[in-house]
Design a binder for this molecule. Structure first.
Ligand SMILES: Cc1cc2nc3c(=O)[nH]c(=O)nc-3n(C[C@H](O)[C@H](O)[C@H](O)COP(=O)(O)OP(=O)(O)OC[C@H]3O[C@@H](n4cnc5c(N)ncnc54)[C@H](O)[C@@H]3O)c2cc1C
Length: 390
């Protein structure tokens, strides 16, 4: 049965593409299938650019495991089924006066998918979405269901809250939330020369700030998003001037199929690294039309987080999915790595196991714990086996 990712770049014929509606069914499927010695990859919404769902044995579609299980209004937290899409959670949480602390550029992904890859939005004081995970429930390769958190099976928690889908089927996630509040978005076009010297000032002065730089005209479209005391305004304005609740303002419509490489680098190197990418495009890749995006992420303590142990800036390059992006992305990757960059787990990279071992201090620990809970490699695919330590 055929599975393909959002952009169509990754297409695979799997032995089985199984859709589950209940955790019991998922657990029974995993324990039966794993006995055959074959591998299983879980599919979320398929919005990853890296081949991290691709598998020619089993692909398990968990979109049927969706919905909010319980809400603790006082603690501002909730247990949520991992197959819930971010957009469906937005409105349901809002009805309880709550919201995710931050979101990415789009909201079509599933919660299980976003936490598996360290998906993030922008905001120098806002962590990636894995950074709001308080607890995880998952199905292991033998079909058993386990819970983990900072206080219970804490090593498993380190792996499960950013797992690249490689330790089991995440069925439930406990999320730290925030009060649902109105945000005002303000978009402003500026020349690159105007933006570049003011990047630290804009980041400091806004709760969320980012920009897209367009190589063709050397213009940046900047976007600031801040809390507002004004009421939400409907119908929603165009992207760049919306005023509404966070779940309505943070996500955007990004329908044009593309590929993407994104690296996270130490925040202090962001402006200089960006300037090098701009120079690379102008001198070596003048035909690139797709923009380059600049965002910020707060530091966290997650073993495989792109923002682990350091305040972070992410820089993303894009290309039309019909074009060969490799020479361009490889040249960008060389620059990103020279600044200590870490690739986004859901986007394109060309790194080897040795390079990962160099850039993640807890790389071996992450694999040791993963292997302990899945010794036969049931939840690995070729992409992961290729970077597994020898
Ligand atoms: C248009 C577009 C915009 C994007 N914007 C952003 C952005 O703003 N910020 C950002 O950081 N990223 C962004 N991304 C990347 C995207 O958020 C990640 O790739 C994310 O993982 C996709 O989620 P998904 O539900 O589609 O998961 P999939 O791509 O289907 O799967 C991703 C990984 O999660 C695993 N997985 C999924 N569900 C489960 C589960 N229940 N249990 C165990 N493992 C699971 C899969 O096995 C796989 O390893 C964007 C991607 C696209 C295409």
């Amino acid at each position: 049965m055929q599975w393909n990712n959002w952009s169509g770049r990754h297409q695979v014929e799997a032995d089985t593409l199984t859709f589950v509606r209940r955790e019991e069914d998922a657990a029974a499927f995993v324990s039966e299938y794993a006995k055959s010695g074959k591998t299983i990859r879980v599919a979320g919404s398929g919005h990853s650019h890296a081949p991290i769902v691709v598998n020619n044995e089993a692909i398990l579609d968990v979109s049927g495991l969706s919905g909010i299980i319980s809400v603790d209004s006082e603690a501002r937290s909730a247990w949520v089924r991992a197959g819930s899409t971010i957009y469906s959670l937005g409105v349901q949480l809002h009805e309880q006066g709550l919201a995710l602390r931050n979101q990415g550029d789009i909201d079509r992904q599933q919660l299980g998918g976003v936490i598996a890859t360290g998906t993030h939005g922008t905001g120098s004081k806002l962590k990636n979405i894995s950074g709001s995970v308080l607890g995880v429930q998952l199905i292991l390769a033998d079909g058993s269901i386990v819970n983990c958190s900072a206080d219970e099976e804490s090593d498993l928690f380190q792996v499960a809250r950013l797992s690249i889908g490689s330790v089991g089927v995440v069925t439930r996630v406990e999320m730290q939330l925030t009060e649902s509040a109105v945000l005002q978005e303000s978009g402003e076009p500026m020349s690159y020369d105007e933006v570049a010297p003011r990047i630290p000032e804009f980041i400091e002065g806004n709760e969320r700030w980012e920009f897209f730089w367009f190589p063709g005209n050397d213009q940046a479209v900047t976007k600031a998003i801040n809390p507002s005391s004004e009421p939400a305004s409907y119908p929603l304005a165009e992207e760049g001037s919306r005023r509404a609740y966070s779940f309505e303002v943070l996500p955007n419509h990004r329908p044009v199929p593309h590929t993407e490489m994104e690296y996270s680098i130490p925040a202090e190197s962001g402006p200089e690294c960006f300037a090098r990418i701009r120079e690379l495009i102008h001198t070596k890749f003048p035909d690139v039309e797709w923009p380059v995006e600049y965002r910020t992420i707060a530091e966290d303590d997650i073993w495989l987080s792109m923002a682990g142990g350091r305040p972070t800036v992410s820089i993303s390059v894009h290309q039309d999915v019909r074009l060969d992006e490799e020479p361009y992305y490889r040249a960008c990757e060389e620059i990103f790595l020279s600044y200590g960059g870490r690739p986004h787990w859901g986007k394109v990279h060309y790194l080897s196991r040795d390079e990962f071992a160099r850039i993640y201090p807890r790389w071996e620990d992450w694999w040791r714990v993963r292997d302990q809970y899945d010794p036969k490699g049931t939840f690995l695919n070729e992409h992961l086996r290729n970077i597994r330590p020898d």
